[in-house]
Design a protein around this ligand. Sequence first.
Ligand code: SF4
Length: 446
Amino acid sequence: MALKGLDIFKLTPKKNCKECGCPTCMAFAMKVAAGALPIEKCPHMSQDALDSLSEATAPLMKTIEVGAGDAALKLGGETVLFRHEKTLVNRTRFAVSIASDDADIDARLEAAKLVDYERIGEREFVEMLFLDYAGNGADAYVALVNKAKDLGRVLVLNCADADVAKAALDACKALKPILNGANKDNLDAMNAVATAAGVTLGVSGADISELYDTIKAAEGKGNKNLVLDATGADAKKTFENAVLIRRSNLKDGDRTLGYPTLVNLDKIAPGDLHMQTALASAFVLRYAAIVVMSEMRYAEALALYGLRQNIFTDPQKPMKVEPGIYALNGADENSVCSLTVDFALTYFLVSGEYERSKCPVNLLITDASGMSVLTAWAAGKFSAGTIKKFFDEADIENKIKSRTLIIPGKVAVMKGEIEAKLPGWNVVVGPMEAVQLVKFIKDFTA
Ligand code: SF4
């Protein structure tokens, strides 16, 4: 069980010297107990105290780092069960499954590259390739690994044959893949192969009890670089496993289950991409660090990545962009201006539509505390007064010669007030929705 603040306080030096950044040793102890600070932040802690506290105060769930270079990812490291309690830190990653006996390996690898776009400042794409060993020999598997390496994604080698796994790892261990396939029967051999290559080991069990014993056995061999394959016989069993693992770890304080989980939907619902997509949405919420699917097209990605972005953003921090002038499509001081708020989703939608129009526009982003247009307007954060203040602070009058300002159609009611605050400007009411901007700006600047 996690230690309480008072237990930790008893072991602090009680100097109240503030070197840890806390006003008192008690405050420090409370923060350590809450997982907000590591015990090592106090430079005066005795070695005995450190030894007894470091394991007990370590985060309940480990953060596992996989991949190398630009493809490196962090998995797990969560501290809460629900997003409304605190931020979820490491988002679910999506993998596409490709088997070593697939007839169309090249086409499937090409297809895995198709989804690649930016949404609210984040790149959305298939981050992992799940390379399934189909039992057709090490040569075929190594050939698949060698082809997949070129995509620059994190590889998950799904292979329970230690000899084949070793040959595959020899080809790709520098990329820090995950070797998934250890179970109670092959743990010794698989653990030796994974630790020798310095890669994360994926562990599975016929049921949660067998999985638990296998994790214990792996830890007994000194391996705490694990991912737990929670995939069961069907969706219900898999969901039960994922929830039980996370709750036992974070709610009951069982560190044995404190690893990120993998769920293979291609195994639960083979050939049914609609079902896989529905299940994937459930496992983004509860609690897969890696979701494996047979395919990822834009139809699936737009829904799943949007959901993931909603769940894995910090609800306490508004998603904002910097206020200022954004010159789009080669806009200069004579180009028309278009005004909106600093809510990131609004910015990316509006700027995306303007970029699509190819018309030069100076997009003016005001500070609206990260709220959307109507919310900011209702809260008094997007008004004629705040717009005038922004114009003064950003020195718009001197930086831009154009005197045409397009405002969002949803706040058409502000037109008169803005004109009164910005004399000399021609305030034009734009469309209600961002999707209408392309036609609007083309017609307007024609
Ligand atoms: S650095 Fe250590 S001794 Fe100083 S206030 Fe923090 S916990 Fe106490």
